[in-house]
Design a protein around this ligand. Structure first.
Ligand code: BYC
Length: 320
C-alpha cells in the first residue's frame, strides 16, 4: 500500500491547508474546523449588525446633508456585511435563525467595542478612524483565510471598510482643523475610543485560547498581539497628523524593536464588557430585539412573496 493511501482524512486536510489550497463547503473538514469557523464568522456577523447601532444613533443628527448621506451609506454597508457573513456561516451548515436567536438571547458574543456609547459627533469620526481601522487590520488577513466563502466575503467587506476608515479620518480632520471646541471634541473622542479599540483584537496571545489552532488551520494568519501592534504603529503617525494626543503616557517609539511600546490594557474592563456588563450591552440587545420583533411582518411578507414567485415559476415551467 502506498503512503498516500495510509494518510488520514485529517492529515490530507492539513496538507491542503499547508499548501494554501482553499477549503470549499462540500470538501471534507474536521468538525473542530467547521465549529471554529461558525463561531468566528457568526460573532463577526453579529458585530456588523450590532455595530450599526452606535452609529445609527447619529444619522438624524449628522451636521450636514453630506455627512448624513455618508453615514447612512456606511451603516447600510454594515448591514450588508452582516448578511454576507451569515451567508458564509450557512455554507458550513449553520442555521441563520438560530444564530440570530443566540445573539438576541445574549448567548452569542459580538465585538466588545460596540458596547460603548456615541456621545458626540466626533465619536462617529473616531469610530471610522479607529474602529474601522482596527477592523481592516484584523480583516485584511482574513481575505486569505483557508475557508473560501469567508475569504471571498472579506474581500468586499475590506474594500468597504477602507472607505469607512477614510471617511472617519476625514471627519476627525475637519474637527481638528476647526474651532478649539471642535478640536476638543475630537480629542475627547480619541480619549474614550483608544483603549476599547485596542481591546478589539482580543486577549493577549498568552490568554487567547483559540489562536494556536486557528493559526494552524490558517483561519487566523496573525496573532492578536501582532495585529494590535501593527494597529498602534499605524495610528501613532495618524494622530500626529490630526494634532491630537493618544491617551497613553507609556506610548513611545522603541528603537530596538522598531515598534511603539504601549501601556497596559485594562483586561478587567475588557472581560467585563465581553460578559455583558459594559456601558451599553443591555441597551444594544434590547434595541436589536425590538427591531427584530417589529420586523416580523416584513420577514413574513418577504417569505410569502418568495413562495408565490416559486409557485408561479413552477406553474410556468409546467406549461412551457
Ligand atoms: N469582543 O481565543 P480568542 C466589525 C472572545 S469589527 C468580544 O483570542 P479568537 C465592525 C472570543 O470570541 C469587529 N469577544 O478568540 C467594524 C473568544 O470567545 P469564545 C468584529 C471577544 O476567535 C466597524 C474569547 O474571547 N470582527 O465587525 O481566536 C464597523 C477568547 O479569544 C473579543 C471580527 O469578528 C472582542 N473584542 O480571536 C462595523 C473579526 N476578542 O468564542 C463592524 C473576526 C476576543 O471562545 N474575528 N473575544 O466564546 C476574529 O478575528 C477573532 O474572532 C478575534 C478573537 C480576533 C476577535
Amino acid at each position: 500500500m502506498s503512503d498516500s493511501k495510509n494518510i488520514s482524512l485529517e492529515d490530507r486536510f492539513q496538507e491542503k491547508i499547508d499548501n494554501n489550497i482553499q477549503i470549499e463547503p462540500k470538501d471534507w473538514m474536521p468538525e473542530g474546523y467547521r465549529k471554529t469557523l461558525i463561531r468566528q464568522i457568526s460573532q463577526h456577523a453579529h458585530s456588523e449588525i450590532v455595530g450599526m447601532l452606535p452609529e445609527g444613533n447619529w444619522i438624524s443628527r449628522a451636521p450636514s446633508l453630506r455627512r448624513k448621506m455618508g453615514l447612512l451609506a456606511k451603516v447600510q454597508d454594515e448591514a450588508g456585511h452582516g448578511l454576507y457573513l451569515y451567508g458564509a456561516a450557512e455554507t458550513l451548515g449553520a442555521d441563520r435563525a438560530s444564530l440570530i436567536d443566540d445573539l438576541h438571547s445574549g448567548k452569542a458574543k459580538y465585538s466588545s467595542i460596540f458596547n460603548y456609547p456615541t456621545l458626540t459627533w466626533a465619536d462617529i469620526g473616531a469610530i471610522g478612524w479607529l474602529v474601522d481601522g482596527a477592523a481592516i487590520m484584523n480583516q485584511v488577513p482574513l481575505c486569505s483565510c483557508s475557508y473560501g466563502p469567508y475569504a471571498r466575503a472579506m474581500v468586499r467587506v475590506c474594500k468597504e471598510e477602507s472607505f469607512h476608515q477614510r471617511q472617519g479620518f476625514e471627519i476627525m480632520m475637519a474637527l481638528c482643523n476647526g474651532s478649539p471646541e471642535q478640536k476638543e471634541l475630537a480629542q475627547d473622542a480619541l480619549n474614550r475610543w483608544w483603549w476599547p479599540s485596542l481591546m478589539m483584537f482580543g486577549p493577549n496571545d498568552s490568554e487567547s485560547k483559540h489562536s494556536a489552532q486557528s493559526m494552524k488551520w490558517k483561519i487566523k494568519r496573525f496573532s492578536n498581539d501582532e495585529l494590535r501592534q501593527r494597529f498602534v504603529d499605524m495610528s501613532v503617525p495618524q494622530a500626529k497628523i490630526l494634532g491630537i494626543t493618544i491617551p497613553d503616557a507609556d506610548l513611545k517609539w522603541n528603537e530596538e524593536t522598531k515598534q511603539h511600546d504601549y501601556g497596559k490594557i485594562d483586561w478587567e474592563e475588557f472581560w467585563n464588557v465581553v460578559k455583558g456588563n459594559g456601558p451599553c450591552n443591555k441597551q444594544r440587545l434590547k434595541t436589536r430585539n425590538k427591531a427584530h420583533d417589529q420586523g416580523k411582518w416584513v420577514r413574513e411578507a418577504a417569505t410569502a412573496y418568495a413562495e408565490k414567485r416559486r409557485q408561479r415559476n413552477a406553474n410556468r415551467a409546467k406549461t412551457a
